[in-house]
Design a binder for this molecule. Structure first.
Ligand code: 2P0
Length: 320
């Protein structure tokens, strides 16, 4: 059977940036993340006797990017079969909206599902997480909904809290430019690891931030969580600025939005921004503050697209 799987991208509150083991794709920093409800990668897979084929939004993809994922999959599942994968996104890919997290997570769940045959048992999420990580480390988190953790050096993520943990938690996603990023996260991460003089400090500090953020999330304390989130992305970019050549993903609109969040905070509104490998800005807040944040962003008169969302539930297959 070939069920469609819908998976939401995993947005890091505390960031993974850098690999401990590039071969096995193990992260060098612990990350804490939340799934973005309504943003979806939809994927199904078929077994074949030929080469692996991945078709994204109707276009056949370069097989090189998928090879580590499929070879690991075959090794752990003890199969020699190939896969044909159909996948589509309802949001821009390779733009800093974590499409590779939902992409590889959905592929992992869909490929395990089609191998199980009928009647289906739901795929083992831990195994799905380990396989997804070979495609993209952030994808290990995206096989779960809610709030997730991937520890440094680990090959599997887990769910820390379900999506219902914090009913007032909101994420405002501001798309500044849906175009493809100039440098992939993977290349940028390796360049940072190899050339930034700040890399070792980044690793040390990331663990402290992770513990601060985890405690804040346990207490549903938006101000503490927000401070840790802002520190995490700021220090991640500081480390990237130190790379040779320096890595920049931001655009003028990104800076305008960051400043706007800073102004809002001065007025007592909890708008805590984060950024990833792209110019988009995402803002963590609680529900009661979202309207004033949206008003403030609209008053900037920027060409941006704004979506307010909440933590996503666990990915499940679509009904037949
Ligand atoms: C994260 N990012 O924790 C961080 C924050 C972007 C910034 O994980 O090389 O696509 O495929 O394991 O997971 C983006 O990198 O990298 C990412 P690979 P991935 O979400």
């Amino acid at each position: 059977m070939n069920r469609w799987w819908s998976v939401s991208p995993s947005l890091a509150i505390v960031k993974y940036w850098g690999k401990l083991d590039p071969e096995r794709n193990l992260p060098a920093t612990p990350s804490l993340a939340v799934g973005l409800d309504g943003f979806k990668t939809r994927t199904r897979a078929f077994l074949t006797d030929g080469e692996d084929l991945v078709c994204l939004n109707g276009e056949l993809q370069n097989p090189g990017r998928f090879e580590p994922f499929f070879s690991y999959f075959r090794k752990v599942r003890g199969t020699t079969r190939g896969f044909r994968v159909e996948t589509e996104n309802n949001f821009p890919e390779s733009a800093g909206l974590a499409s590779s997290s939902s992409g590889f997570a959905a592929m992992s769940l869909a490929c395990l599902d089609c191998l199980e045959g009928f009647p289906q048992r739901d795929p083992d999420r831990s195994l799905a997480s380990r396989i997804a990580l070979r495609g993209s480390a952030s994808a290990a988190r995206a096989v779960f909904g809610g709030f997730t953790v991937l520890y440094a050096g680990k090959n599997e993520a887990f769910q820390l809290y379900p999506s219902t943990w914090w009913p007032e938690f909101r994420i405002i996603v501001v798309t500044v430019d849906p175009g493809k990023k100039p440098l992939s996260s993977r290349k940028a991460m390796e360049l940072t690891r190899k050339t930034s003089p700040f890399y070792t400090s980044w690793l040390k500090d990331a663990t402290l931030l992770f513990h601060e953020a985890s405690t804040a999330l346990a207490n549903r304390n938006m101000e503490s969580l927000g401070r840790a989130a802002v520190a995490s992305y700021s220090r991640m970019f500081a480390t990237m600025f130190g790379a040779n050549p320096p890595i920049h993903y931001w655009q003028p609109e990104s800076i305008a939005l960051i400043r706007s969040c800073q102004e809002l905070r001065k007025r007592g509104v909890g708008a805590w921004e984060t950024m990833d490998a792209g110019p988009q800005v995402k803002v963590f807040c609680i529900e009661k503050d979202s309207a004033v944040i949206l008003d403030e962003f609209s008053s900037l008169n920027l060409e941006i697209e704004i979506t307010v969302t909440k933590p996503s539930a666990d990915p499940i297959p679509e009904r037949e």
